[in-house]
Ligand binder design. Structure first.
Ligand code: ADP
Length: 675
């Protein structure tokens, strides 16, 4: 507004100067014309001066548009009439034409010229008797001056306007190119266009998928916020043209700025001359054209940034899913990450029956959408009334296949889902691979567990066999040693050889059978009698062995073979770990419910710390006893037999070189009633 006022002010000042120049020239003519009839001219000049001052200093007087040129023409026509014709007062019309051109441009110059010609002719007619034909030439001169003035003013104006437009264009372009965000580019464009001369308002229209035009970023006059577009108007939106095609009661321009997304620029124009309108429209088209490419670049940048961000999100999501160790966790992560990617909700359901595995959308409704459809698919919710009821209006569902008949459904806008579908598929692939790996791992773990169990039982069986073999070898040795001794004595002890062979047979049958050495059906033995036989067997090997037993028999609850095994083992050790000169004593006692048998030698003895451990399998004492051959099995077999029959066994020794005593107890056999 300030700028317009300044321009008006300058124009009025120029007007006053032109009028003063005209009055000065008129005054000169008055002086040249001498006295007489010129008093009328002088009076008109004074009136003209007064009118010029009033027009200059009283803005109210300028409100009547035609007043200013009318004052000029009337005053000058009055002067032409008052002056003598030879003074050429018509020249004063030039000032009137100039003033009109200044005020109203070429049109003012032409109009003022025409009126000047009419005024001059009127003056000549009124002064008919004095006028000559030659006095008509000023008419041609006036027309020529008027046309030249009009042409000059028009040229000046056009140049001026072009300068203004190019300045405006440059400034607007500068402002536009500083924007990076598409919405900021649009907002700037709207603001800049709205500031152009003869523009009443500007706005951006966005065409929604629902075929509605939405007005945004308005500046100045603008249509309603939302317009339902007819098919015809929709077509019109695709090319630049009159605003009337879309909003019938508005005059202006509608220019498409972008097609993806579809955005149209609307401009409401002042009612003005077709020429001015064309100039303005040209300027706006130029500006919108330039803004269009800036906008396209901004949209492209945003798209690229979004693409990069969603790719990053997908990579992260795949990382999260790939790190999960359980099936349920994979499904939960897949659901969360897919929801984040599309900025909406997600659900995983089973295609067979619509059971929801994870998520909160109704599986039955989703099943209806997915039925008979090839996946992946993007389906508008409206395609099923059941789904349309439970989802927000305009929502769309993307369906992507997971593994084993499971489907991942995400809800969002159609644009977003379309853009993200490949990424959703990648996430689904990731989840599928992970699920397959986890299933494979679980299967392997199960198989490994089974294998472990098999290996364990096989190992156990193998160990048992090894034990049995070691025991067999050891046990067969005692009778063999005895047989060896008896064999040297030959015929004298043939019966004893047979006895030992029988023991060997028993042992072998026993070892070959799978039964364990357990108490039960073997019956009972007379401990003293058995001890005597064992001593007899041992004596063959040249030992001095005494028996210390009570007169009454001590019957123990153990089979003959096992008891013989026990005594043979203990006597064999007593012999092994003492010299033949050192005596050995076998003692048999009966106690409270149990009988006790001990073998005492005067041999190498056993250090205290070994006493408890010599009954372990393969345990042998170092030092003096190590020189004697052995496997560390005999005592462990004894312990096993005694324990199996409900007894105990232990060793005592007063130390190295002072002999040892091995004692075992066994339950007394219940007396069987005499038959
Ligand atoms: P081995 O075949 O080595 O004799 P045993 O199980 O019969 O195996 O005995 C275990 C160890 O106990 C022997 O190596 C020996 O050091 C010690 N031992 C067993 N009996 C006697 C004993 N009468 N006197 C001294 N040491 C003995």
């Amino acid at each position: 507004m300030g700028r317009t006022a300044a321009v008006d002010e300058a124009r009025e000042r120029a007007h006053l100067l032109i009028r003063l120049a005209a009055i000065a020239l008129g005054g000169t003519l008055v002086l040249l014309g001498g006295a007489g009839g010129l008093s009328l001219a002088a009076g008109v000049l004074l009136l003209y001066l007064a009118a010029a001052l009033v027009l200059r200093f009283f803005p109210a007087a300028r409100r009547v548009a035609a007043l200013s040129p009318a004052v000029d023409l009337v005053a000058i026509t009055a002067l032409v009439f008052a002056f003598p014709l030879e003074l050429a007062p018509w020249i004063l019309y030039v000032f009137a034409i100039g003033a009109a051109a200044l005020g109203s441009g070429p049109v003012g110059a032409v109009t003022s010229t025409a009126l000047a010609v009419v005024g001059y002719d009127a003056a000549l007619i009124l002064r008919g008797e004095q006028a000559r034909a030659t006095d008509l030439w000023p008419v041609q001169a006036l027309i020529a001056i008027g046309l030249v003035t009009a042409e000059i003013v028009w040229a000046l104006r056009r140049q001026d306007l072009e300068t203004i437009w190019s300045r405006v264009h440059a400034r607007a372009l500068g402002a536009l190119s500083r924007q990076r965000d598409p919405s900021e580019v649009l907002r700037t464009l709207v603001t800049e266009v709205a500031h152009l001369p003869r523009v009443r308002g500007a706005w951006a229209w966005r065409l929604g998928t629902d075929q509605r035009l939405r007005t945004s970023f308005t500046a100045g006059a603008a249509p309603a916020g939302e317009i339902v577009v007819s098919a015809e108007a929709l077509r019109a939106l695709r090319s630049p043209g009159g605003l009337e095609r879309i909003v019938p009661d508005m005059s202006g321009l509608a220019i498409p700025v972008s097609t993806d997304p579809p955005i149209t620029m609307g401009v409401a124009l002042d009612a003005s001359s077709p020429e001015e309108r064309a100039t303005t429209a040209g300027a706006i088209h130029d500006l919108v054209g330039d803004a269009g490419s800036l906008l396209a670049a901004a949209f492209e940048r945003v798209r690229r940034e979004e693409e990069a961000a969603s790719l990053e999100a997908t990579v992260r999501a795949l990382g999260v899913i790939g790190a999960e160790r359980a099936q349920a966790a994979v499904l939960a992560s897949c659901l969360l990450e897919a929801g984040t990617l599309v900025g909406g909700r997600a659900t995983i359901f089973r295609l067979a029956d619509g059971t929801v595995i994870a998520g909160d959308l109704p599986g039955s409704a989703l099943l209806e959408l997915a039925r008979d459809r090839r996946l992946p698919a993007i389906v508008p919710a409206t395609s099923s009334p059941a789904v349309a009821n439970v989802l927000e209006p305009g929502a769309t569902v993307a369906l992507v296949g997971l593994s084993e008949g499971r489907v991942l459904a995400t809800i969002g806008t159609v644009e977003r889902l379309t853009a993200r579908l490949p990424l959703l598929e990648r996430i689904a692939h990731g989840a599928r691979d992970r699920l397959a790996l986890i299933a494979e791992r679980d299967e392997l773990q199960r198989a490994a567990k089974e294998l472990g169990r098999d290996v364990e039982s096989l190992g156990g069986a193998l160990r048992a066999k090894e034990d049995a073999l070691a025991t067999a070898v050891h046990e067969l040795k005692n009778p063999l040693t005895a047989v060896h001794g008896y064999a040297t004595l030959m015929s004298r002890n043939l019966q004893a050889v047979q006895g030992q062979l029988a023991q060997l047979e028993r042992l072998m049958a026993d070892l070959l059978s799978t039964e364990q050495r357990v108490a039960g059906v073997e019956g009972a033995v007379d401990a003293a009698a058995e001890a005597k036989e064992a001593i007899a067997r041992a004596r063959v090997r040249g030992a001095t062995i005494d028996l210390d037993a009570p007169a009454e028999s001590v019957r123990l609850a153990i089979g003959h073979a096992r008891f013989a095994q026990l005594l043979d083992n203990l006597l064999a050790n007593a012999l092994k770990y003492s010299s033949p000169a050192q005596p050995i004593v076998v003692r048999v006692n009966a106690g409270e419910g149990e009988g006790k048998v001990s073998v005492t030698d005067r041999g190498v003895g056993i250090p205290n710390e070994h006493l408890a451990r010599i009954f372990d399998r393969f345990y042998r004492v170092g030092g003096a006893s190590e020189a004697v051959a052995g496997q560390g099995l005999g005592l462990s077999i004894c312990k096993e037999i005694v324990a199996a029959h409900g007894g105990r066994i232990w060793a005592e020794s007063e130390g190295p070189g002072r002999g040892s005593t091995f004692t075992f107890t066994l339950p007394l056999a219940l007396r069987t009633p005499a038959a």
